[in-house]
Design a protein around this ligand. Structure first.
Ligand SMILES: C[S@@+](CC[C@H](N)C(=O)[O-])C[C@H]1O[C@@H](n2cnc3c(N)ncnc32)[C@H](O)[C@@H]1O
Length: 265
């Protein structure tokens, strides 16, 4: 496992990049569409459903859903930088440590909770109570939609730059969710089509770090905009993959949808 340089919160430059690029970068665009598709599959054309983005970052997901007509949106994040960017976009957000989610408006329940690339900051000891807290905030037919870093083989300098402490495989969640009264109803690794080039790139980054050709302090996240033609091509590939295949078996991210299911416990 690579040495962790720092936790993301407090590193303003990563939030600045996220805020500037999440509307354009192929990876975010693809993820936002994937989340909206999951919500639409569950709730049809209902736009007034209550949606919470737990660990909303600089608000790209919420802004996308607002553009798609969703009206009852809420975000939470523990970073002052993230909250400031969300407020600039007039998004309804609250600054809160997600470990304290149980104390946040305890009587409000949501139709959908989004939690993208946040579980990777939680140790096992914190993750189980956090998932339980999410489950308790879902309405009976509510869904948890969550994207996560997958497979240790994809670990690279991005993980260091954004302070990721772990990656997941489906069996991690398949084991955890029932204990927390939740059941996974859909899941896929993505992007399958791009997994080989991404894997090679990450392995090259690891070699650079291992050989001392690049220092941990120089590690950069993958949040940068490639040439427009490449950005559009990568978006198109992930878009096609999403349209053609509901599930793919490998990729650097794991996307899951879970529902509350007391019988699963
Ligand atoms: C990798 S970013 C993902 C942001 C957003 N969900 C997205 O998909 O763009 C992780 C976010 O989780 C937030 N975060 C991580 N741990 C947190 C905690 N314990 N409490 C509140 N926010 C947290 C960070 O501030 C950051 O904005």
């Amino acid at each position: 496992m690579l040495i962790r340089a720092f936790f993301m919160i407090g590193h303003s430059e990563e939030y600045e990049k996220m805020a500037r690029l999440e509307g354009q970068l192929w990876w975010y665009r693809s993820l936002h569409k994937r989340v909206e598709t999951a919500i639409r599959r569950q709730f049809g054309d209902r736009k007034a459903i209550k949606i919470l983005d737990a660990g909303c970052g600089t608000g790209g997901m919420l802004a996308y859903l607002r553009k798609k007509g969703y009206t009852d949106l809420r975000g939470i994040d523990g970073s002052a930088d993230a909250i400031a960017f969300c407020q600039q976009r007039n998004l309804p957000v609250t600054s809160l440590n997600l470990n304290d989610l149980a104390y946040f408006e305890p009587y409000t329940q949501y139709d959908a909770i989004i939690c993208n690339d946040v579980f990777c900051y939680f140790t096992d000891a914190d993750l189980l109570p956090f998932i339980r807290a999410l489950q308790q905030r879902l309405k009976p037919a509510g869904i948890l939609v969550s994207n996560n870093n997958a497979f240790n083989a994809f670990e690279g300098q991005h993980d260091i730059a954004v302070g990721v402490i772990r990656r997941f495989v489906l069996s991690d969640f398949a084991g955890m969710m029932p204990k927390m009264g939740m059941r996974i109803i859909d899941s896929t690794y993505w992007s399958f089509t791009l997994s080989i080039p991404i894997l090679l790139m990450r392995q090259w980054q690891r070699l650079q770090l291992a050989m001392g050709w690049r220092t941990v302090e120089e590690a950069q996240s993958d949040v940068y905009l490639p040439a427009p033609w490449l950005n559009e091509t990568l978006y198109w590939i992930t878009e096609m993959e999403q349209k053609l295949f509901r599930r793919t078996p490998f990729g650097s991210s794991l996307f899951i949808i879970a529902v509350t299911d007391p019988a699963a416990r």
